[in-house]
Structure formats: C-alpha cells, structure tokens
Design a protein around this ligand. Structure first.
Ligand SMILES: C[S@@+](CC[C@H](N)C(=O)[O-])C[C@H]1O[C@@H](n2cnc3c(N)ncnc32)[C@H](O)[C@@H]1O
Length: 125
C-alpha cells in the first residue's frame, strides 16, 4: 500500500508537473460539467480518498458542500488549508458504517488502483 503522506514532496511535485496540472484541469472540467448536469443547487459531494483536496478544492470553491475522506491526516490538513471542506479521517472500507448521510455526488479519483482488492472498493462505493 502506498503511503502518500510519507512522499508528500514527490506527490506535490507530480501534481504541479505539466501532466499533473493537465490531469487536474481535465478532472475539474469533467466534475464541473457533472455538477451542472445535476442542477443549479449546492450539491453534497463526497471525495473518497480525496487526499490533499486537488479535486475537492475547486468543487468547494464553486460553492458545493464537500467532504473529503482519507486515511491520511497529513493530507487532510492540506485539503483544509486549500479550501473550505469537511474532512473525515478513515479507511474507505469503513465508509458504510460512518453514518455520513447522503451525497449527491461521490468521487474516488486515482485511488482504487492502490488498493489490494479493487472489487471490494467498488462495492463499498
Ligand atoms: C493518488 S492519491 C489521490 C488523491 C486524490 N483523489 C487526487 O486525485 O488528488 C491516493 C489517495 O488515496 C488515499 N487512500 C488510499 N487508500 C485508502 C484507504 N483505504 N482509505 C482511505 N484513503 C485511502 C491516500 O491516502 C491518498 O490520499
């Protein structure tokens, strides 16, 4: 299992590289269109394995009510420093028992490939 919080400098360097920036821009555009297709209202968004909020921050900045779930408190600290997001430190496998309520949109970007059993992650979501 990759521990991103112990490789923060590498992770941030990748995010800020040209390919990383393109990737986040494409995701932000796709998520923006998805949100727009769901209506004008503020959406409740859950970002599972949301890390330091690279995807969550633009959604929060657009006025959505965003919760970031991640196993790393260090990454969640960074997410809170980037945008107004609620954070939950937990393993994504605990999600069904956390009682977080209902969400209009759930995203899980660039996470499942780091889990030993991607099938169980998809079931949880
Ligand atoms: C490659 S990063 C992607 C972060 C974010 N989704 C993004 O695209 O910027 C993978 C994230 O998944 C988190 N993660 C991996 N396994 C997890 C698990 N079992 N429960 C919660 N978070 C997990 C890591 O801590 C890390 O923040």
């Amino acid at each position: 299992m990759t521990d991103f919080s112990s490789h923060l400098d590498d992770w941030r360097a990748w995010q800020e590289s040209p390919w990383g920036r393109i990737r986040y821009r494409v995701v932000a555009e796709t998520l923006g269109r998805t949100c727009a297709s769901l209506g004008e209202a503020q959406l409740r968004v859950l970002d599972v394995g949301g890390g330091d909020g690279g995807d969550a921050a633009p959604l929060a900045d657009a006025g959505h009510d965003v919760t970031v779930l991640d196993q790393s408190e260090a990454l969640l600290d960074l997410a809170r420093s980037r945008a107004t997001v609620r954070t939950v430190r937990a393993d994504l496998e605990e999600l069904p028992g956390l009682g977080l309520g209902r969400f209009d949109l759930v995203l899980c970007h660039n996470v499942v490939q780091y889990r030993p059993d991607t099938g169980s992650v998809v079931e949880v979501l």
